[in-house]
Design a protein around this ligand. Structure first.
Ligand code: SF4
Length: 128
């Protein structure tokens, strides 16, 4: 028989922020308490089994009115892919203009998520 492990989480799905406790024996969930609704229960299961996050960062923009634009994944990705995604983002540079919601990288790191721009950048014309 494996040792029982306890995980305490604050649900971030809604502003109530329920304190949820998950008990696991080996890789099996044996009890979940403290959730106020099924969404919170699902969130807690996801967090202990395979946590995911939305990744937010900035990328370089060439010839834009700002040198960078903010970007994010359009859905949460497995936490273990975050360093891989951050490395990809550090390497790329896009040409202005950039529109809000524009897909910058499709299926980033084979995560099934796209990197999208969350801020626009206008093209700056060279002064002659
Ligand atoms: S468990 Fe449900 S009610 Fe509680 S914070 Fe999460 S979403 Fe909100």
């Amino acid at each position: 028989m494996s040792e029982i492990r306890h995980f305490k989480l604050t649900c971030i799905i809604c502003p109530l922020g329920c304190e949820i406790e998950v008990k696991m024996e080996g890789d099996k969930i044996v009890e979940i308490t403290g959730f106020g609704c099924p969404k919170g229960r699902d969130y807690a299961i996801q967090e202990v089994i395979a946590p995911k996050r939305v990744v937010m960062s900035v990328i370089k923009v060439n010839k834009g009115d700002f040198p960078t634009v903010s970007v994010k994944t359009d859905k949460p990705v497995p936490k273990e892919l975050i360093p891989v995604i951050m490395k990809e983002l550090a390497k790329i540079e896009v040409e202005a203009p950039v529109k809000i919601g524009q897909v910058i990288i499709g299926n980033v790191a084979n995560s099934g998520a796209n990197i999208i721009a969350t801020r626009p950048s206008r093209k700056v014309l060279p002064v002659s």
